[in-house]
Design a protein around this ligand. Structure first.
Ligand SMILES: *Cc1c(COP(=O)(O)O)cnc(C)c1O
Length: 374
């Protein structure tokens, strides 16, 4: 049987042809396709200003400069995310302030945010883990009452909604990733949804070396920007993906529903929140009943591989990484995030999968878990 990876991008022949056209055009870096992609994304996000970059990490770095985050400032966020979320804060000299997750949603526990606010708090950086949105009503209520900025690490949220509105179509600054594994990909890339047209010139300076060009061919630089521009090669992939995002999301929902129908929770498997209203089902993540098993997570992953199935770990709690421990965090700080981080397994879920693949995965999980219970 074919190896079933935990994810795989859907790239059609039209995309491959369009990439070929860009390569033949003589202009392969940022150009007309980037502009067209930005316009299409802006339309998708209800007319808000959108700019693309070569990664969502870069998008968050630029966003933190847009809000003028300074060394000593604090940003409240979740320890259960891709480490980019914490790293971008550290790299500004500011301080990430982690609070624990809600074990049901596995997202930041918004009830813990207000008690963590200090005079140094500048922003909240929520993460929609697996594409399940953090409660936007509650989030923005807290932000407005305390006059805080919000940088949504919505890396995984393309196609997710809140209150019937697309994530990205409302709110403060929203960063979305187009990494190969995300619901919409440009191979590598991302976008930042801005909330104010007036921020575009500063954004564009920060995106490319601080350069401002004048009609007479001259240029000037008044701040040190970075190197974050997306290529036209990547942008045409994104333009093609955008046509299919609704179909991708509905296929993901259908597959996720089938996991709920088939997975046997009597074995102690922990399921994600069954949200079929807001989530884009970027990932389907179970937790393993490690305290009832004679094997560890590494053994489980190996046993799945032996059965021809790829699984992932997204993510270990980041405050337990060496760098973060050196900064003072330790085991026990965020028990819910630590437990999910230890037990989580990402099962295969991507639009090209079929219902029968879900059944194969569930059978494999059940066999391995039931054979190793003590
Ligand atoms: C993928 C991801 C990122 C980083 O996106 P890149 O485009 O790879 O820089 C950041 N945060 C979360 C939660 C992610 O899943």
């Amino acid at each position: 049987m074919d190896f079933l990876p935990f994810t795989r991008p859907t790239i059609d022949e039209a995309t491959i042809a369009d990439v070929g056209d860009v390569l033949r055009s003589g202009w392969i870096t940022s150009g007309p396709k980037v502009k067209a992609f930005e316009a299409a994304l802006s339309e998708y996000f209800g007319g808000r200003p959108v700019r693309v970059l070569n990664s969502a990490t870069g998008g968050m770095e630029v966003a933190l400069r847009l809000i003028d985050l300074q060394p000593g400032d604090e940003v409240i966020t979740t320890p259960l995310s891709w480490v980019a979320t914490g790293n971008v804060i550290l790299n500004t000299g500011a301080k990430p302030v982690f609070v624990d997750i809600d074990p049901i949603t596995r997202n930041i526990d918004l009830n813990l945010v207000e008690p963590a606010i200090t005079p140094a708090t500048k922003a909240i950086m929520p993460v929609d883990l697996a594409g399940l949105p953090v409660d936007r009503d509650k989030l923005y209520d807290i932000a407005h009452r305390h006059n805080l900025r919000v940088i949504e690490d919505a890396a995984q949220s393309m196609g997710a909604t809140w209150g019937g509105r697309r994530v990205g179509s409302f709110g403060d600054l929203i960063s979305i990733s187009f990494h190969a594994n995300k619901n919409l990909t440009t191979s590598e890339g991302g976008c930042l949804v801005l909330n104010d047209e007036a921020q575009i010139p500063l954004f564009e300076k920060l995106r490319l070396q601080g350069v401002v060009r004048f009609p007479d061919g001259n240029m000037d630089v008044d701040l040190a920007g970075g190197k974050y521009n997306l290529t036209d090669i990547a942008a045409v992939i994104g333009l093609n993906q955008l046509k299919h995002i609704d179909a991708f999301t509905s296929k993901r929902k259908q597959l996720a529903q089938h996991y709920f129908d088939k997975l046997d929770t009597s074995l102690g498997l922990g399921l994600p929140l069954a949200d079929f209203e807001h989530s884009n089902w970027h990932m389907f993540q179970i937790t393993l009943p490690l305290n009832r098993l004679t094997i560890n997570r590494g053994d489980f992953i190996q046993a799945m591989h032996t059965k021809g199935i790829g699984v992932g770990v997204h993510y270990p709690a980041m405050h337990l990484f060496t760098l973060y421990r050196q900064l003072g965090w330790q085991e026990g700080d965020f028990p819910h995030a630590e437990q999910v981080g230890r037990e989580t397994i990402t099962l295969p879920l991507f639009p090209l999968m079929e219902i029968t693949n879900v059944e194969r995965v569930c059978e494999a999980v059940h066999e391995i878990v039931s054979a190793n219970l003590h």
